[in-house]
Design a protein around this ligand. Structure first.
Ligand SMILES: [Zn+2]
Length: 130
């Protein structure tokens, strides 16, 4: 995927992400809604430096664009309900996108991208286990 072509916005200290984080009791959350990546518990620079995580969330933005805003939310919800959050095909696709940098970096990255977990909310929200 060519991340240069993707039109995205990053919202730091987002209330959406903060609520998700509180509900889930996670340390950090990156949640994608349309073209925005909502962050809580992680600052923009740390997030952007984490290529694997960044690419993962960009993939969710692409999914929103591909399917349309409400349609994608609906499809994501259905998929989560059907197969569970981790096996959700949209998460599988995003995980794969996050892994693409692997060949340019070391196994360090594999470790990093492997730590990105969907949160269990019926939304494309992910947390990173440190
Ligand atoms: Zn995800």
């Amino acid at each position: 995927m060519d991340s240069e072509k993707i039109n995205y916005k990053i919202v730091e200290k987002s209330w959406f992400a903060r609520i998700a984080r509180m509900v889930l009791k996670s340390r950090n959350v990156a949640m994608v809604l349309g073209k925005s990546i909502h962050l809580s518990g992680v600052d923009k620079q740390t997030f952007l430096n984490d290529k694997g995580w960044f690419e993962h969330e960009l993939c969710h933005i692409r999914q929103f664009q591909e399917h349309g805003y409400f349609r994608f939310l609906w499809l994501y919800l259905k998929e989560s309900y059907r197969v569970g959050y981790y096996n959700n095909k949209y998460e599988a696709e995003a995980r794969e996108a996050g892994m693409k940098h692997k060949r340019f970096f070391s196994e360090q990255l594999e470790k990093e991208t492997g730590n990105i977990k969907p949160t269990g909310l019926p939304l494309p929200a992910d947390e990173k286990k440190v």
